[in-house]
Design a protein around this ligand. Structure first.
Ligand SMILES: [Zn+2]
Length: 128
């Protein structure tokens, strides 16, 4: 489509330029050094969903590349297990005010994992 070649610079502008750039998470002033920052996990749940899988459905979630296991149950959230010092130095707790965001990210991840039910398909069973 040479007739549209004048649009090429626009397409370059619209393309995501920083696709390989890793996000950084500067600590907030109120963060405790004895608590984990959940933001990188929340980011990974949204942007690299294939890196996670259930260890126990609804209860513990594994980040496969790093082998960090997270509690996601109704009673507790946080880091449950890791093969490094992350859990021992922090007791696995997230920073204050991060529990709700983590739960929301896990819920969104879980919904994205499950194939969506199709109302039209379901209705077709009964209406022919
Ligand atoms: Zn670690």
């Amino acid at each position: 489509m040479e007739i549209l070649s004048f649009l090429a610079p626009l397409a370059a502008l619209a393309a995501p330029a920083k696709i390989d750039e890793k996000p950084t998470f500067a600590p907030r002033w109120w963060y405790s050094k004895r608590r984990l920052d959940a933001r990188p996990v929340i980011w990974a749940l949204a942007n690299r969903p294939a890196d996670f899988r259930w260890q126990t459905e609804g209860l513990t979630l594994v980040h496969t590349p790093s082998k960090h296991v997270f509690w996601t149950g109704s009673h507790n959230v946080g880091l449950y297990d890791a093969e490094c010092s992350c859990s021992t130095e922090t007791n696995g707790r997230f920073q204050r005010f991060q529990v709700r965001g983590f739960r929301r990210a896990v819920r969104a991840w879980r919904l994205a994992q499950n194939p969506h039910y199709d109302p039209a398909h379901f209705a077709a069973h009964f209406t022919g």
